[in-house]
Design a protein around this ligand. Structure first.
Ligand SMILES: Cc1cc2nc3c(=O)[nH]c(=O)nc-3n(C[C@H](O)[C@H](O)[C@H](O)COP(=O)(O)OP(=O)(O)OC[C@H]3O[C@@H](n4cnc5c(N)ncnc54)[C@H](O)[C@@H]3O)c2cc1C
Length: 507
């Protein structure tokens, strides 16, 4: 069989589903294929961080996912330290992490995709890809024989052991795993005190036994997730987890307080951390775990993948419509590679802080506890782990002049001619937005008019003061250009409009 589409997304985990949603919402033809017959029954991730809540909200996807949440925590954690990271001070409307299982996030993303008329092609395993300067051809093994999909772009969202990455010959350097760990979903016939408190700080959930350590937290439906370093480190990563292994850890860490009822599902993982050397080879891209893996501490991996997808979707949609410069597609890697590199660094640091096996490490951990009590240090780590402090590098010196360039646009309350509005809601259609706050004297209507097929123009009064008189905002909510005083009025948005939104029709 042979089919054609604009973009093929390989892998229907959270990253692939988010990307397919972005493409379908932008009216781009998309095929999404996964080799599994159904979604994975085990939720690896269990949280959405503030930046993920923002982007999902920006596409109306947050509300249905939030219905499955078991709690909203106003805190995050770093290395399981007993002092929480305070998310309540972050400059966002979503000053919390949502505790929601990965399976529910995937379920809602897939349902939303279905409403756009796109179904996941299951039992479709990518086995080969070829590309030339005009197109990519993907070969998939399906139950009814091989299928070839001819398309303009291909994205590998196929997880840590990515076939796409391998077929593209992209190196995946980093650190091998040193510690084997287990994630076990269980029911308990005896439940330790405090284990049920959903809003309990994760740092307070770590317990140490004489030989092992563990963290227990509640999932939905009376089940619990138990995370622990495997008692025997010489066990293969794909070896089944036996109930005896779980019982041994429960007995050592919780004594009589806990008793295993049933081991529902379990998997092994390690602290390996690696990052793809490149995120793009010609017409093929990598996103999510296919591009980066790391220890899940702080709950950042799925969040990073969702945000990669959000960063790539509007770029590919623009390219399919013929509006993207090569700079636009290349900037996906320029912007997202450093973001993941920073997460690899912070999770490596957290991994070391979690190894309290020696007196010097214990001293280091105690020192960190002191530091995290300082509001400024706490705020710094909260901004990092939550994804809220991401600032993309300015593409040139001119735009570097304004401190807001590259940052997320704040979700301002605005007074517009049509009544009150929230800035990020105005970004819901996935278009650019040029907003001017000088209501009596707007300046950039002519420039906006030239890109009016892809950028909206709005003149509005912010309810609270803003450090700018005009902002050009990209479909992913990041600020492409800003101006803040009459002295700077010579700096028009034209160059940034061209850079991020392509050549105007009337050029
Ligand atoms: C124990 C554990 C706990 C975690 N906790 C958290 C957390 O709390 N918060 C957080 O943010 N992250 C967490 N993570 C990380 C998170 O689960 C991953 O980062 C996330 O699943 C990555 O999503 P993805 O879509 O990129 O890849 P995956 O979820 O791995 O999806 C890849 C998909 O590609 C498919 N596929 C693979 N090869 C092919 C092929 N050749 N052809 C077709 N399809 C293919 C697979 O079937 C799969 O469905 C945790 C991870 C672990 C191991």
């Amino acid at each position: 069989m042979e089919t054609e589409t604009d973009v093929i997304v390989v892998g229907a985990g959270p990253t692939g589903l988010m990307l397919a949603n972005e493409l379908a919402a932008a009216g781009v033809g998309v095929t999404i294929a996964d080799h599994r017959a159904s979604r994975s029954p085990q939720s690896k991730a269990g949280n959405l961080h503030p930046r993920s809540c923002e982007i999902l909200d920006q596409r109306r996807l947050l509300a249905p996912i939030a219905e499955h949440a078991t709690a909203r925590l106003p805190t995050g954690h770093f290395a399981g330290l007993p002092v929480p990271l305070d998310f309540s001070v972050l400059p966002t409307r979503h000053r919390y992490q949502l505790l929601v299982e990965q399976a529910r996030v995937e379920e809602e993303l897939e349902a939303s995709l279905g409403r756009s008329g796109v179904a996941v092609d299951r039992e479709h395993r990518l086995t080969a890809l070829e590309q030339d300067s005009a197109r990519v051809t993907a070969t998939l093994d399906t139950p009814s024989g091989p299928r070839r999909v001819r398309c303009t772009y291909l994205v590998g969202c196929d997880g840590a052991r990515s076939t796409v990455r391998e077929l593209l010959g992209v190196a995946f350097p980093g650190l091998p795993g040193r510690t084997g760990m287990v994630a076990a979903d269980v029911t308990l016939s005896r439940i330790p005190r405090g284990a049920d408190e959903r809003r309990r700080h994760i740092g307070a959930r770590f317990r140490f036994g004489s030989r092992s350590a563990a963290m227990l937290h509640p999932l939905s439906g009376g089940t619990y997730r138990l995370l622990f370093p495997a008692p025997r480190q010489d066990v293969a990563k794909d070896a089944p987890v036996e109930p005896a292994e779980v019982r041994e850890v429960l007995a050592d860490v919780y004594g009589d307080e806990a008793e295993l009822d049933r081991l529902l599902i379990a998997s092994r993982f390690t602290d390996a951390s690696r990052q793809a050397e490149r995120y793009r080879v010609g017409r093929a891209f990598l996103a999510g775990d296919a591009a980066h893996i790391h220890l899940p501490t702080g709950g950042q991996g799925m969040n990073l993948g969702l945000q990669d997808a959000f960063a790539l979707g509007w770029r590919l949609a623009a390219a399919v419509r013929g509006h993207a410069s090569d700079h636009l597609l290349g900037s996906y890697e320029t912007e997202r590679h450093p973001v993941a590199a920073r997460v690899l660094d912070n999770t490596r640091a957290q991994g070391e802080l979690g190894r309290v096996t020696t007196a010097p490490m214990q001293a280091m951990r105690e020192l960190f506890v002191e530091l995290v009590r300082l509001p400024e240090a706490n705020r710094h780590l909260a901004g990092m782990v939550s994804g809220i402090d991401i600032r993309y590098p300015a593409p040139d010196d001119r735009s570097a002049a304004h401190p807001l360039t590259g940052r997320r646009a704040p979700d301002l309350d605005l007074d517009t001619a049509e009544g009150p509005a929230r800035l990020t809601r105005l970004l819901r259609p996935g278009r650019g937005l040029l907003v001017e706050f000088t209501v009596d004297e707007p300046h950039y209507g002519d420039a906006a008019q030239r890109w009016s097929d892809r950028v909206d123009h709005l003149v509005a009064a912010p309810v609270d003061p803003v450090d700018a008189t005009a902002l050009l905002i990209r479909p992913d909510g990041h600020i492409a250009w800003a101006v803040d005083s009459n002295e700077n009025r010579g700096d028009t948005p034209d160059a940034s409009l061209r850079q991020w939104f392509g050549t105007p029709e009337s050029n």
